[in-house]
Write a protein that binds this ligand. Structure first.
Ligand code: ADP
Length: 586
């Protein structure tokens, strides 16, 4: 059986390793009743399985040699009943344990997905979504072998082997020794092989996730790839990934096939020894046959165990990786985020806030400003200056490295995220719409809203302007399998969604793409409705928005270079004036 003894020289320094004890406590023990029933079933099945080899001796010696025919019916009935019991128990085993294993897989998948969604947005910056999909879906699959028949088979196998050994010793201790010796060598080889295979399986999960991740990205970015004629490049990358996967599988195949072959060889060796010895000791035909049959019954589970061992190794490798993910701390840490806030007014203050994505590379440096309740703060500045980072901090997606952000005077880093985010609305440039109807897309932050509220939001976002032209109206399906919308239409759905959510704080990233003038003016209009009365941070690209803002923050190299209203800043003829005249010129 595989042991989780960690080889310290392996590269898993910071990686968590699942121990047998931990898995036993969390996965096996809670299902002890079921597994116990499984164990009883397997014991019955294995005991029944011993009847046919046991029956060979009376059959040979009494029936074939001595012709005691009156014993034949009872032998035949006994063997038939035993076979029937085996069939029934194995059916029940699968029904009980395999079903429970599948249930556990779905429970674990949900748990991992839940945890994943609670991780900070920063975590997702460095991850391929396809790889995460693979981790949620594939890595937990292994438990099938723990709870399913794997573990029980293993215990049943040990049991059969032990009982068989007792019978073998009874027939001939010396011959038994001849069987046990090669089998012990086989056991050692198996153990060694599994300690080699476990990291290989672990690596396989990672490679699979990488390859899946890249493929997902390729498919998502198909337009860019075709546009730049980059298909050969993608084919090459994918081929390399698949090749890596192949090499990994090859490595584990070599180990497992070595185990199987050495098993076959050593079993053969034992048989030769037995043949020789039984000739030497003058065994009866029945004794020889019975001995050989029991030997097979002892060896078969041991060989089978090597198979189960490989399944269990795979299970542990998968659980290792799942555990690694589950150990990443969630963003809404209840120990630190203790303040549960009610309805807020929405005054946000940045006090000497600094921030770095990577240590030593400061992105924001000593940013201080106030955003009064219901005000609009426009963030302007060149690309990479830090506008998105400021918005991310205000949205609590990021936490300041130093300094504080307060909401109505309460430190944002202490506020329970649920209570803050439920009052937050985010409208991004390329806003996220999912497969489904327009209605579902607008309703998704507030699924319980009344139809009236929905229609109000639809009107305010000027969504009805185009949905009225669709036959199914708001129930028109959008996305891959539905109607394709223009950029402006998507924006308006996102705005209607935010209006329906009715947040106190609003984060807006204005679209940079050029919209047709009609769309543009409708969007302007709906944005005005959306911003009214809410504390808004807008990464502003449109002059009209900037002009109307209560305050403009000109961000430069992670600092506030200028601060004021449009007219003030124009008069000042500083950095804002430069940006403004530059933009006006183009
Ligand atoms: P802006 O919104 O003004 O274009 P950002 O706030 O997005 O600027 O970025 C500010 C700086 O932070 C840039 O230098 C950018 O490269 C860096 N940055 C942004 N996001 C990340 C990230 N996830 N990891 C590391 N660096 C980042």
């Amino acid at each position: 059986m595989p042991k989780s003894k960690s080889k310290s020289k392996s590269k898993s320094k910071s990686k968590s390793k699942v121990t047998i004890g931990h898995v036993f406590k969390t996965i096996v023990w809670p299902r002890k009743k079921l597994l116990f029933i499984g164990l009883v079933l397997i014991i019955i099945s294995r005991l029944a399985g011993l009847v046919p080899p046991w029956a060979t001796k009376p059959f040979m010696d009494e029936i074939l040699v001595k012709k005691n025919m009156h014993m034949l019916p009872s032998i035949l009935i006994g063997v038939t009943v035993a076979i029937l019991i085996q069939a029934i128990t194995s059916f029940l085993l699968t029904k009980l344990l395999s079903v429970e294993a599948q249930h556990l897989i779905s429970v674990l998948r949900s748990r991992v997905q839940q945890h994943l969604l609670r991780l900070p947005t920063r975590f997702f910056d460095d991850q391929k979504s396809g790889a995460l999909v693979s981790r949620v879906m594939n890595d937990v699959e292994g438990v099938r072998n723990l709870v399913g028949t794997g573990l029980v088979q293993l215990i049943g196998g040990v049991l059969t082997a032990v009982i068989s050994i007792i019978f073998l010793i009874k027939i001939s201790p010396l011959m038994t020794l001849f069987v046990l010796l090669p089998m012990s060598i086989f056991g050692l080889i198996t153990l060694k092989a599994f300690s080699i295979i476990r990291p290989v399986f672990r690596e396989r999960g990672k490679i699979t996730a990488d390859v899946t991740g890249r493929l997902t990205e390729t498919l998502n970015g198909i337009r860019v790839i075709k546009g730049f004629n980059a298909e050969p490049q993608e084919v090459k990358v994918f081929e390399a990934g698949v090749e890596k996967l192949f090499l990994n599988v090859k490595k584990s195949l070599t180990s497992t096939s070595f185990v199987t072959s050495s098993g076959t060889f050593l079993v053969g060796l034992a048989s030769v020894g037995i043949m020789g010895l039984s000739g030497y000791f003058n065994l009866t035909a029945g004794d020889f046959l019975q001995f050989t049959m029991f030997m097979v019954f002892m060896i078969a589970p041991i060989v089978q165990m090597s198979n189960i061992g490989s399944q269990l190794t795979e299970a542990f490798a998968g659980l290792d990786r799942t555990e690694e993910l589950m150990n990443i701390p969630v963003e809404d840490d209840p120990l630190h985020r203790t303040e549960k806030i009610g309805l807020i007014k929405g005054e946000i203050i940045f006090n000497h806030v600094s921030f770095a994505y990577e240590e030593g590379k400061t992105v924001l440096n000593d940013v201080s400003f106030q955003a009064p309740e219901g005000s609009v703060t426009a963030l302007v500045g060149t690309s990479g200056s830090g506008k998105t980072t400021i918005a991310g901090l205000a949205a609590s997606f990021l936490n300041p490295a130093s300094g504080t952000i307060t909401v109505d005077g309460i430190d944002l880093s202490k506020i329970a995220l649920n209570s803050y985010r439920s009052q937050l609305g985010v409208v991004l440039q390329d806003d996220f719409l999912f497969e489904g109807t327009i209605r579902e897309n607008i309703l998704f932050p507030r699924p319980q809203s009344s139809n009236e509220e929905l229609l109000q939001a639809v009107k305010a976002g000027y969504v009805d302007e185009f949905t009225s032209r669709f036959e199914a109206g708001l129930d028109t399906v959008i996305g891959e399998r539905g109607v394709k919308l223009s950029g402006g239409q998507r924006q308006r759905i996102a705005i209607a969604r935010a209006i329906l959510a009715n947040p106190r704080i609003l984060i807006l990233d204005e679209a940079t793409s050029n919209l047709d003038t009609e769309s543009e003016s409708l969007i302007q209009e709906s944005l005005r409705t959306l911003m009214r009365g809410r504390t808004t941070f807008v990464i502003a690209h449109r002059l009209s928005t900037i002009r109307q803002a209560d305050q403009i923050l000109v961000i430069e190299n992670g600092q506030i270079a200028e601060h004021g209203k449009h007219d003030e800043l124009i008069t000042k003829k500083g950095r804002y004036f430069e940006l403004y005249t530059y933009q006006a010129r183009i």
